[in-house]
Write a protein that binds this ligand. Structure first.
Ligand SMILES: NC(=O)c1ccc[n+]([C@@H]2O[C@H](COP(=O)([O-])OP(=O)(O)OC[C@H]3O[C@@H](n4cnc5c(N)ncnc54)[C@H](OP(=O)(O)O)[C@@H]3O)[C@@H](O)[C@H]2O)c1
Length: 273
């Protein structure tokens, strides 16, 4: 078992860049994962303003004992253009949530939001292959989910978003990449879908509007969240009230932690998705 006192000159340093930073959950989760792996590494939270991102990344590139960078709001899109290479998934989504620092200082950006969501669902016994999925949201997290759902064989994907043009644009990109998945933009009614997912930020704050027409939720639909806190969002509460099974946002983070650690090299075989 490592403690902070066991951090040494041998320890592999990883960081998470965020603004604000106080709410991030990845440090506790990643450090616990490193402990579980017996990996001599640490993940440290760094608060970085958007206007400082390029300067900070240029500095991080020069740190010889830096293994990787986890990236979260609001930097996921901006940081993609600061990487030397992107994985196919990061290119597709247009956003990066983890970077591996190669031996020579080159930075390879990856994207695991969607993979984490699908892995989290599967871990809880919910398959996406062959399912019709309704997703509210067309921001960064939603884009990751949309490509991953289509990649993992969702039969149909309906994307609903406040800014309809963004839903149309995302649907067109997913359709082009995965024509076998019938992907379209749509209204707020989730009727006729097996899995109904909230991938907006609505539900994080008291008084937020609901992300979709919850009156149309009914069994056997599964209601799934990306939001981790509160654990039961108003969307999940409404779904449960109507008898639907629910799946919170935490498994998405838990599943991602292992994927991010692997990408940054915390286990012998790096993951190059
Ligand atoms: N569990 C996990 O591991 C995990 C991982 C990543 C992200 N997340 C969570 O995912 C959520 C979304 O993050 P993101 O990076 O995708 O954010 P983002 O890029 O800013 O996108 C926000 C989305 O929410 C919608 N939205 C925001 N305010 C709204 C309002 N008042 N009414 C209607 N729609 C509204 C936006 O619609 P418009 O396009 O119309 O603005 C957009 O679709 C956050 O809560 C984040 O914490 C969780």
């Amino acid at each position: 078992m490592q403690t902070r006192a066991s951090i040494s000159g041998q320890t592999a340093i990883t960081v998470i860049l965020a603004h604000p930073v106080a709410h991030v959950r990845a440090p506790q989760a990643m450090n616990a994962h490193y402990d579980a792996l017996g990996y001599d590494g640490v993940l440290v939270p760094l608060q970085v303003l958007p206007e400082d991102l390029a300067t900070v990344v240029a500095g991080l590139r020069r740190l010889r004992n830096l293994r990787g960078i986890v990236v979260t709001v609001p930097h996921k899109e901006a940081i993609a253009s600061l990487c030397d290479e992107l994985t196919a998934d990061a290119r597709q989504v247009g956003a990066v949530n983890v970077i591996r620092r190669e031996e020579d200082g080159r930075l390879t950006g990856g994207q695991f939001d969607g993979e984490g969501f699908v892995a989290g669902l599967r871990g809880a016994g919910h398959e996406v292959t062959g399912r019709a999925v309704f997703m509210a949201g067309a921001g960064g997290a939603a884009a990751g989910l949309a490509f991953a759902l289509a990649r993992h064989g969702a039969r149909r994907l309906t994307i609903h978003n406040r800014t309809a043009a963004k839903a149309e644009e995302l649907a067109a990109r997913v359709r082009a990449a995965y024509p076998a998945c019938d992907t379209r933009a749509g209204g707020a009614d989730p009727s006729g879908h097996d899995i109904v997912a909230n991938a907006t930020s609505l539900g994080m704050h008291e008084g937020d509007a609901l992300p979709l027409e919850v009156a149309r939720l009914a069994p056997p639909m599964l209601a799934a969240e990306v939001i981790m806190a509160p654990e039961v969002t108003p969307f999940l509460a409404e779904a449960a009230k109507r008898g639907c099974a629910t799946h919170g946002g935490k498994p998405m983070l838990t599943a991602q932690i292992a994927l991010l650690a692997r990408f940054m090299g915390a286990i012998a075989v790096p993951c190059d998705r």
